[in-house]
Design a protein around this ligand. Structure first.
Ligand code: G6P
Length: 369
């Protein structure tokens, strides 16, 4: 059994370690060095159709939904097309407004999630063009969509999704850049910069994974607690949601993710002496505000673990502990900042003696609505 795990104790740890490879495979052949652009030859959607898109809807469940949240932010930023996003099981009950030029993007690792399939079918009936982002060739989602972009993460066995999530992010970045090329909404210099930074991600993650002792130590401490919070602004909040889900899924520690600025509007009442707060602050434009939110929780006794870009001294001065992540383009930070938080969940679950790969009550793919 250990052989199948390439010497790792668990599939989850193996899959976390596979992320640099998954990033490379997912980018392979899709970044054109000559034109400094994205090429997606598999896409049926023609540039003329792309130029007619008025709205985008994104649907997904669980971890894939969290990748789609990043997708909404990035696609809107790079293309200026409005994007709505729904948890797939809610989509059809709100009678979404699908017009002639609505593109619906469904994100699903397995391609078999019943809720996502139902949302796709509903959208298809209303005439939308369906683009799937999935990891499984031949899956129902892949077969039923009009267009498919595959994530090449390879089989994911652990119930808690890691490499599939980050590969979804990579596809979403490439799709957003491709759309922006067709629409001419992003200058060539920024695009070239972003592409170069994307290509550096695998090496940066390899370096990050070389020494995970700090994360292991912090996870050991957190394993004792019953309750914790994740906070962040912008893309950091979206990663906070995913980090919180990961921790809940396998460690069974109760955690909640909040936009850093929203905590003071109610949930701050839950902070008491020693409550752990994991504060993500990788968005430099929002740093000052996030630091002031960290001070608010610290003043109420919170024990703050910051997640910040390498060299960020403000965080070192404010938080009790800091986990540093490598610098990249601000829109790409979720692809690096989530990695130590996946490890945090893994080591906390391990310290609590849980079955990391098969957490209680959960299934890898849920085929009922
Ligand atoms: C299940 C899994 C989650 C996953 C979700 C969506 O609930 O336990 O890890 O994120 O389904 O799965 P999908 O295959 O559609 O991405």
């Amino acid at each position: 059994m250990r052989a199948e795990k390439d010497g790792y104790d668990h599939y989850m740890l193996k899959e976390i370690a596979e992320q640099p490879r998954a990033y490379r495979d997912t980018m392979l052949g899709r970044i054109d060095g000559d034109s400094h652009g994205i090429v997606l030859p598999e896409l049926q959607l023609a540039p003329e159709q792309i130029r007619q898109i008025q709205h985008i809807h994104m649907v997904a469940c669980g971890t894939a939904y969290h990748a789609a949240l990043v997708g909404k932010a990035v696609i809107e930023r790079l293309t200026r097309i409005p994007v709505e996003i729904d948890v797939a099981s809610e989509y059809r009950y709100r009678q979404p407004i699908i017009r002639e030029h609505t593109l619906v993007i469904a994100v699903s690792q397995s391609g078999e999630t019943a809720d996502t399939l139902a949302a796709m079918r509903e959208a298809k009936l209303s005439g939308a063009h369906i683009l799937a982002i999935t990891n499984v060739v031949g899956s129902s989602v892949a077969r039923e969509a009009d267009d498919v972009l595959f994530t090449w993460a390879g089989p994911e066995i652990a119930v808690a999704s890691t490499k599939a999530y980050t590969s979804q992010l990579i596809v979403i970045y490439m799709l957003a850049l491709y759309l922006s090329q067709c629409l001419n909404t992003l200058d060539a210099v920024t695009r070239t910069e972003m592409l170069a930074m994307m290509e550096r991600l695998p090496v940066q993650i390899e370096e990050m994974l070389e020494d995970t002792r700090r994360v292991q130590r912090i996870a050991g401490e957190l394993a004792e607690c019953g309750n914790l919070f994740f906070i962040g602004r912008g893309l950091d909040y979206m990663v906070a949601l995913e980090a919180s889900l990961k921790l809940k899924e396998i460690s069974y520690i109760h955690s909640e993710a909040y936009p850093a600025g929203e905590l003071k509007h109610g949930s701050l009442a839950l902070i008491e002496e020693g409550t752990p707060v994991i504060a993500l602050a990788t968005q430099e434009a929002l740093l000052e505000k996030t630091i002031s939110n960290i001070k608010e929780v610290k003043a109420r006794g919170a024990y703050v673990i910051g997640v910040a870009l390498e060299g960020n001294m403000d965080m070192a001065k404010t938080a009790d502990e800091v986990i540093y992540v490598p610098r990249t383009h601000p829109l790409l930070t979720p692809a690096v900042s989530v990695i130590p938080l996946q490890l945090l969940a893994y080591y906390a679950a391990l310290a609590r003696g849980n079955d990391v790969d098969k957490p209680r009550n959960l299934a890898k793919s849920v085929t009922v609505e």
